[in-house]
Design a binder for this molecule. Structure first.
Ligand code: NFS
Length: 653
């Protein structure tokens, strides 16, 4: 029998002490959080295994989870057809989220170039020129505006092109691209791929799971090397390419004597405009007149990570903490844009008297106040949010209780900065990384990314997994809510090198970098793809991404976006392990295809484990397998010759 909810201790739901404190307080206050709902709502055993088809009205048809081949749907669809179609639709949804976000950034870029929007500007013209050059746009002797217009036209194809190849494939290692061409999975344009994915998974269309998998990969690649990559690059061009910055994180960044405003969501433009509004003297004076010492702007989730990387803005926590932070009573406004925004936030905000403000027409929430962010006049929206927050500060009714936890860490490691950090400003290069992988000091590279989930103890797997990886000399690249889990645990600073294996620790000390590098939000997973491409280009580690001693993991994932990300890593050649659950019926041919056969075809493959130490074991064994295939499985230290060695050499010459 399930335990009564009140008996499940907060500490068993999360390893984040601040969130645990707020879960306890919420229960005392009689406020329900998503942790409680996850306990009360058991996952549907059929849906959990994704063996239910509701793509037409002849069903819904339920497969037998334990014996998947003992029946077919009313139309005759097999379990492989049903599960692969469901998986494909998750990838289509995840891809559409990242690409719609990326397209919004690209439109903003166009309006900035055209002069229609003057509140934003081009902050990184060098990156603009570099991206343009990488896409074969002539940059020499041309005006920045002309190059920018050409870049816009080229990048628009990422979304709207109906035939051909998306522009960013020019950055894919040639061997990887060759494999995609042979398989017929080079994306044409995101809209086309998402449309075709939805069509092919409708009733009575594609009923061959291997053929469906091809479109799943093509759609996901339109995300990783398309929508997400454009989003990252354009955000860097408009708002600045991140470089390392020391930041405070966790709920202790809230200040009782200041007006606290939380921005939660994904598109950086809302936060960029909020940064300007909270520095406005009139608004600061208004806050002071209301009795506040200042205005404290804080980020959460991915838009928080974008502002943390670019402005060193404090960050209050990841996805599982967004309701909990409101329980402090200290939040004077929470404003959101798109993605990962729980509808449950509205009720919690209401209870604590916090204005909960939506700003994007694509994401309104019943009961929330909507103030539309217009790109050409963003301050109209963000100033109003500040005014609402000041008014709530003045009229705070609930007692304030802020957990006293903060952790300092270093974040903002872009692809460009890693290049500079490893090679220095005059000879920026990934060569030292490859050399240290070849000589065995660094065993391999892992991307640990993704969400937190109330069905998985918050942050636990992220932290345990990453600790185990660095102990085994694996350099870890991070994004999204995973990055924040490690940041709260105090492991995103150089001090984390003390937990690393001797080889990795030595490289970290020499280069002056931490063993865990935070790259930003989830769309910034594209930075990992570019880093992988560069490692192939530099040489010595094989000819394609699949040859690299590298692996990826999302141990506590929850979003369809995570599945799209996982699939584009797999299709790019990376072994990708997911934790806690997987939308798959065990024992099916589709499972074998994703978890084994894709690798045999030259791609990466999926993996699954529930325990973080097991996830690390799978990833490290894969890295070791790749090292053996490359012939670098024995540590090859460069030994300096002494006189006796020289004499021997001369004698043998
Ligand atoms: Ni990524 Fe960012 Fe977090 Fe998961 Fe949601 S905030 S886009 S989806 S929950 S990592």
């Amino acid at each position: 029998m399930a335990k009564p909810l009140e008996l499940i201790k907060a500490k068993d739901l999360t390893t984040c002490d601040s969130t645990a404190q707020m879960i306890t307080k919420a229960r005392e206050d009689g406020v329900e959080l998503f942790f409680d709902r996850a306990q009360a709502m058991k996952a549907c055993p059929i849906g959990d295994k994704s063996a239910c088809c509701k793509n037409c009205s002849m069903g819904p048809c339920r497969m037998n989870v334990n014996s998947p081949y003992d029946r077919v749907g009313v139309c005759g669809a097999t379990v492989d057809t049903i599960v692969s179609r469901n998986f494909g639709r998750m990838v289509a949804a995840g891809t559409s989220a990242h690409t719609d976000h990326g397209m919004a950034m690209l439109e903003l870029f166009r309006d900035v170039i055209d002069g229609k929007t003057t509140d934003y500007s081009i902050k990184d013209p060098i990156k603009l020129l570099e991206i343009a050059a990488s896409l074969d746009i002539v940059t020499e002797g041309r005006k920045l505006k002309d190059v920018a217009l050409d870049l816009y036209a080229e990048l628009e194809k990422t979304y709207t092109q109906v035939d051909g190849e998306i522009p960013m494939v020019k950055r894919v290692p040639p061997k990887t691209l060759e494999l995609w061409r042979e398989a017929g999975i080079v994306p044409r344009g995101a809209m086309r791929e998402i449309m075709e994915m939805m069509h092919r998974t409708a009733m009575g269309v594609d009923q061959d799971y291997e053929n469906i998998t091809k479109q799943i990969s093509r759609t996901a690649l339109a995300d990783g090397w398309g929508g997400s990559m454009v989003s990252t690059d354009i955000s860097d061009i408009l708002f600045g390419t991140p470089s390392p910055v020391e930041v405070d994180v966790d709920m202790g960044v809230l200040k009782e004597d200041q007006v606290n405003i939380i921005v939660h969501g994904h598109e950086p433009n809302l936060l960029e405009s909020m940064v300007v509004s909270v520095a406005d003297h009139t608004l600061l004076d208004a806050a002071k007149s209301a009795g506040a010492k200042g205005i404290n702007l804080v980020g959460m989730c991915c838009s928080g990570l974008e502002a943390l990387s670019r402005h060193g803005l404090s960050h209050a926590g990841n996805f599982s903490s967004t309701e909990a932070v409101l329980v402090t009573g200290a939040v004077d406004a929470m404003t959101v844009d798109i993605q990962c925004i729980k509808q449950g936030l509205q009720k919690v905000a209401d209870f604590y008297g916090t204005p909960f403000i939506t700003t994007n027409y694509r994401a309104k929430i019943e009961g929330a106040l909507h103030i539309q962010l217009e790109e050409h006049e963003p301050r109209e929206c963000t100033d109003e949010i500040v005014i609402k927050a000041i008014s709530r500060f003045k009229n705070r009714k609930k007692p304030v209780q802020i957990p006293r936890n903060t952790a300092k860490g270093v974040h903002g490691f872009s692809f460009e900065y890693i290049n500079y950090m490893l090679g220095g400003s005059f000879r920026g290069s990934y060569t030292p990384l490859n050399e240290n992988i070849i000589n065995g000091r660094i065993r391999g590279v892992a991307g640990v990314v993704g969400c937190t989930n109330p069905r998985s103890k918050q942050d636990y797997s992220h932290v345990a997994l990453v600790k185990e990886l660095i102990k085994n000399d694996v350099l870890v690249l991070q994004t999204g809510c995973s990055q924040m889990a490690l940041a709260k645990a105090g492991l995103t600073g150089p001090g984390a090198a003390a937990l690393a294996g001797p080889g990795l620790a030595e490289v970290c000390e020499t280069v002056g970098m931490p063993p865990i590098l935070g790259l930003g939000s989830c769309v910034d997973n594209s930075r990992i793809l570019i880093a992988a491409s560069e490692m192939v280009k530099v040489g010595g580690l094989g000819e394609c991404i699949a040859d690299l001693p590298a692996a990826g993991c999302a141990p506590e994932w929850m979003s369809e976006k995570a599945i799209a990300i996982g699939q584009y890593f797999v299709a790019s050649g990376v072994y990708t392990v997911f934790g806690h659950t997987f939308p798959m019926t065990k024992g099916t041919r589709f499972e074998k295809h994703l978890f084994e056969e894709l690798e045999e075809l030259g791609f990466g493959k999926w993996g699954f484990a529930e325990d973080p130490i097991e996830m690390a074991r799978l990833m490290v064994s894969h890295i070791d397998k790749k090292r053996a295939q490359l012939g670098i499985d024995k540590t090859r230290e460069r030994v300096l010759l002494d006189m006796a060695d020289r004499r021997d050499l001369d004698a043998n010459a």
